[in-house]
Design a protein around this ligand. Structure first.
Ligand SMILES: [Zn+2]
Ligand SMILES: [Zn+2]
Length: 279
């Protein structure tokens, strides 16, 4: 797994990020693909088999919100206490990984440091996993993939909206149309760091707008679900405008036991590097 000294890894990343796309494609065609986490030369879509096998799979989780329930028995469908107490506006979640090493590092480099090659393996794997899910459970196929919106100013600064890129990757694999226009975020919130779920919810009030008609069955796509406040707020808005069945599809879910400390770190990193806040 990840044994390479950080300095060497960083120099390699700078090199990879500074070569133009055409050269990168030539490089990919001529040379073996390297694993983004350990630089092993036998990678497939950016990850070697060892690192792929080490990803923290979120297979024991709440069926409703994707919260990891590590003590639950695998294969049994469970609902967490939070979802029993207060049913979220969305009906099912599909979140294949826990927000833990190395997925946390890959997402944060992809998102906050603009190192797109760290996101690619997760995006392509996510698209395949969704395709498999829909083959097993065709009734979960939505009419539209709706990307969680990002404030325009922040998107300009970052250069991309990662939720839109994930939706696009899933759309390419499944032929389900996607939109990053239906939900928009014209206003920015004060930083979410240090706020609990309830405070986050009130901080997010009135922040999002809907532009266009909402199909009956949609999947809301985001990168990381932390407390669920953001996807909950977005799902409520979609529901108020006609969505009857809402799925939440995201790459990773923060386990409850690390929510507070992890969140503080995540927020600090996000606020410092991009002026943003995950939800
Ligand atoms: Zn590897
Ligand atoms: Zn739950």
């Amino acid at each position: 797994m990840i044994k390479l000294p950080d300095a060497l890894s960083t120099r390699f990343e700078i090199l990879v990020n500074t070569i133009p796309d055409s050269l990168a494609r030539l490089h990919e065609a001529l040379l073996p693909e390297l694993c983004v986490t350990c630089l092993a030369p036998d990678a497939r879509k950016g990850l070697c088999n060892g690192c792929r096998g080490d990803l923290p799979v979120n297979d024991r989780c709440c069926a409703r919100c994707g919260l990891p329930l590590l003590l639950a028995r695998p294969g049994r469908e469970r609902t967490c206490g939070d979802c029993i107490k207060l049913e979220p506006a969305y009906h099912r979640a599909f979140i294949p990984w826990r927000y833990e090493f190395p997925v946390d590092r890959m997402i944060s480099r992809y998102k906050y440091q603009g190192q797109r090659h760290y996101g690619r393996p997760l995006l392509s794997e996510m698209a395949l996993l969704v395709d498999e899910l829909l083959t097993r459970q065709p009734d979960r196929r939505p009419q539209l993939l709706v990307a969680a919106p990002m404030h325009r100013k922040r998107q300009r600064k970052r250069g991309f909206n990662q939720a839109a890129e994930i939706a696009e990757a899933i759309s390419r694999q499944t032929d389900i149309p996607w939109s990053d226009r239906l939900l928009q975020r014209p206003r920015s919130a004060r930083p979410q760091s240090g706020l609990n779920r309830k405070q986050r919810l009130s901080n997010l009030k009135g922040l999002f707008e809907l532009h266009g008609g909402v199909p009956r069955h949609v999947a809301l796509v985001d990168d990381v679900v932390t407390t669920g406040a953001t996807v909950g707020t977005l799902a409520t808005l979609l529901q108020q405008h006609g969505a009857e069945r809402i799925e939440v599809w995201a790459l990773a879910r923060t386990p409850a036991r690390v929510n507070r400390s992890e969140q503080a770190l995540h927020d600090v990193a996000g606020d410092r590097q991009a002026g943003g806040q995950p939800g």
